[in-house]
Design a protein around this ligand. Structure first.
Ligand SMILES: Nc1nc2c(ncn2[C@@H]2O[C@H](COP(=O)(O)OP(=O)(O)O)[C@@H](O)[C@H]2O)c(=O)[nH]1
Ligand SMILES: [Mg+2]
Length: 411
């Protein structure tokens, strides 16, 4: 990463909201550019009575923001360096807008947080990690992105480049394969894994979804076919974001809206990460069940309503397959909750077979993941020079910020 020395000639000065809208108790607005201090000085009155300009860099100052309309907000301000001041205010939209409107009225330009990072010469991988971090769905995902923001991915790629240049191809391959393994996890930090529950009507799909989520969300009914469409709800297990999709029952004589719901299941199953096929544990194995299992690729089979079985095994939730052709599956009850934790474990085992540690170099965009695949392929084909070239180009292209700071007033 290039050392932080802000571009001195950013005129006019800008401001950017660093915190995600509506998510935090405290919001931060960064003001950056040559007039950052002067701009803040116009509105901010330190509680100590001192002038803001006289307060040294790095000191956190409590005071009031007096807006152009005369309203006041209590907040905290810190001059980060000569050309950057961060304003930390109440996280609600109204408070943030007051700050932003004041700054805009004195000629500051509304910008994006990535412009601030570009201004401070952060490299492109850091900027992308920052963006992914702000969109992460879980704390675990955000921490993983923080590691990439601090340079884990860049450093690892640089190590791989050095290894290839030194002829240590086995080491390079090992490191690349290790990273490739984490790509799926990295890509799901901002976009949950999709798990769809399918199966005949009335087997308990909606009840299972509700039980898994811990609250009622889907319509549960004794009449077959009440889940008319796809109902999606997001949850997180072990810090991984997961979207559960409840579907209409797969029924041959379905019509109208219900059929539309079923059609969507078939269209959808090609894109989802995992299909959970729910069956009624009380029912005998039939050619229809066999056909259902075969119509999905590697479904996770669940035998529900275990509470109604006379012999629910010996308390084991994982049931083996049998000679009738019945595949192994997980025995659950959406009424008692039996087997649900085993079901969650199995879903996670399939989605995230091995989880990266929080200090791992993890690719988190399609472009990064593709690059790793391509470099590995080149190495496999013995095209070492091309592999070196490819990785070198990538690192070079990502060394500088992509966002160009243009002066909207020209010059
Ligand atoms: N005894 C028992 N009843 C269940 C279980 N799961 C669901 N049910 C009942 O089965 C009926 C259908 O459930 P529902 O979730 O709507 O099934 P879906 O059509 O597959 O979504 C409802 O009356 C549920 O209360 C279970 O594990 N045990
Ligand atoms: Mg249902």
């Amino acid at each position: 990463m290039v050392e932080c020395s802000p571009q001195p000639d950013l005129i006019p000065t800008r401001f950017a909201r660093l915190t995600a809208a509506g998510r935090s108790a405290v919001a931060t607005v960064a003001v950056f550019g040559p007039e950052a201090s002067d701009q803040v000085c116009q509105y901010f009155r330190p509680a100590s009575g001192k002038s803001f300009g006289a307060i040294p860099v790095g000191q956190v100052v409590f005071g009031r923001w007096i807006s152009t309309r005369g309203t006041t907000e209590e907040l905290v301000v810190c001059r980060y360096h000569e050309n950057r001041v961060d304003v930390h205010c109440h996280g609600g939209d109204a408070a943030v807008e007051t700050i932003e409107n004041s700054l805009a009225s004195s000629g500051c330009i509304a910008g994006q947080s990535q412009e601030l990072m570009a201004y401070e010469h952060q490299d492109r991988l850091a900027i992308e990690a920052w963006q992914a971090m702000s969109k992460a769905r879980t704390r675990r995902g955000a921490l993983l992105m923080l590691t990439q923001y601090h340079g884990a991915l860049r450093q690892r790629l640089a190590e791989i480049l050095a290894a290839m240049q030194a002829g240590q191809l086995e080491l390079a391959r090992e490191l690349l394969q290790r990273m490739q393994k984490w790509a799926s996890v990295g890509l799901h930090v901002t976009c949950p894994w999709e798990v769809v529950l399918v199966g005949p009507p009335n087997v308990g799909k909606s009840s299972l979804v509700n039980m898994l989520l811990g609250f009622r969300r889907s319509i549960v009914d004794d009449q077959p076919g009440t889940t008319r469409d796809l109902l999606t709800t997001c949850t997180a297990w072990d810090g991984w974001p997961i979207e559960l999709i409840d579907t209409a029952g797969v029924r041959e004589d379905a019509e109208g809206i219900e059929q539309e719901g079923i059609d969507k299941v078939w269209q959808h199953q090609r894109q989802v990460d995992l299909v959970v096929l729910v069956l009624d544990g009380q029912q005998d194995w039939s050619p229809a069940s066999q056909q259902l299992v075969e119509s999905f690729s590697e479904p996770l089979v669940v035998y529900n309503k275990s509470d109604l079985l006379e012999s629910a095994g010996d308390g084991e939730s994982v049931v083996p397959g049998d000679s009738s052709g019945r595949p192994p599956g997980i025995l659950t009850s959406a009424v008692t909750g039996d087997g649900l934790s085993c079901l969650i474990d199995e879903m996670l085992r399939r989605l995230v077979p091995v989880a990266p540690g929080l200090d791992e170099a993890v690719p988190f965009t399609e472009v990064q993941s593709q690059l790793i695949g391509e470099v590995l392929e080149l190495l496999k084909n013995g095209q070492v020079q091309q592999a070196i070239h490819q990785l070198h180009q990538f690192l070079q292209a990502n060394d500088s910020p992509t966002v160009l700071l243009q002066n909207p007033r020209g010059g």
